[in-house]
Ligand binder design. Structure first.
Ligand code: HCB
Length: 214
């Protein structure tokens, strides 16, 4: 890991909000692409935070401070990410975090990147019930709708399976493509529930979204 990426990751790990903001500004000023700052720096820090939480080396208040540090940096990076590639409309998406789950950093990042790459994105936010998602699909004035669902916990991930069943029961399967992500989501889970794709990060999410909506 290059020095600046390590410094960004360390600032998140040590819950250093001001340091994270300063390092983010420094990296941008030096010409580091916003997405690299997130994926090679800040997100790597968040991975370590998650591992330390699991082993009992960090506690919830500290995770909240790390999340605040990452969110503060994201506010600076958002305008850079949103600049886009000027491409034609790539389609309509509905993004949301499953019911029972309030982890929104990754979903917001994916939504921003999709918006920057030609998608029109309706953001439903966190803790979203499946009924709300299905209603939004029915209301959508679009030939095809891409669902961009996130679940960061094994418990909330189960809601994705229920959502696929509800989509079938409500007769809207032909109208939607379903891309789900979040740390516990794997390709085998996607295959098991009959969804259309997953991605490990926001850059890959754009590629997968374009592929399944083509
Ligand atoms: Co939270 N938490 N947390 N947490 N948390 C996790 C998720 C654990 C894995 C930590 C652990 O135990 N190792 C764990 C879940 C365990 C499990 O179920 N297997 C956990 C737990 C248990 C909890 C609480 C229950 C803790 C408690 O209260 N005792 C509680 C749950 C609250 C709730 O949701 N009801 C909780 C709370 C919190 C906060 C509030 C302190 C904070 C969230 C703040 C926020 O989001 N506004 C938090 C955080 C920050 C984390 C970790 C440390 C980081 C998550 C994160 O933001 N990563 C996380 C550990 C981990 O994930 N390894 C831990 C950075 C982003 C950029 O990555 O993976 O979210 P991402 O998104 C990627 C990628 O997945 C993909 O692209 C994104 C961008 O690159 N992607 C998609 C995401 N969505 C996609 C959708 C698509 O269609 C395609 C791709």
């Amino acid at each position: 890991m290059s020095d600046i990426f390590k410094e960004l990751a360390d600032a998140v790990i040590t819950q250093n909000i001001n340091g994270t903001v300063e390092k983010t500004k420094e990296a941008l000023a030096n010409g580091t692409p916003a997405l690299d700052i997130i994926q090679k720096g800040l997100s790597e820090g968040m991975k370590v935070v998650g591992e330390k939480f699991e082993t009992g080396d960090l506690f919830l208040p500290q995770i909240m401070m790390s999340a605040k540090a990452m969110n503060s940096a994201m506010e600076i990076l958002q305008p850079e990410l949103a600049k886009g590639d000027g491409s034609e409309s790539a389609g309509y998406c509905i993004s949301f975090v499953q019911a029972g789950d309030i982890h929104d950093i990754g979903n917001r990042l994916v939504s921003t990147m999709l918006g920057a790459n030609g998608f029109t994105v309706k953001v439903l936010g966190v803790d979203v019930e499946n009924e709300v998602v299905v209603e939004e699909v029915k209301k959508a004035d679009a030939g095809k709708v891409l669902l961009v669902g996130s679940a960061l916990m094994t418990t909330s991930m189960l809601g994705q399976k229920d959502l696929m069943l509800m989509i079938d029961e409500e007769g809207v399967r032909a109208k939607v493509k379903c891309m789900f992500g979040g740390a516990p989501v794997s390709q085998s889970w996607i295959d098991e529930i009959g969804a259309d794709g997953t991605a490990e990060n926001a850059a890959e999410a754009v590629i997968v979204a374009k592929k399944i909506m083509a």
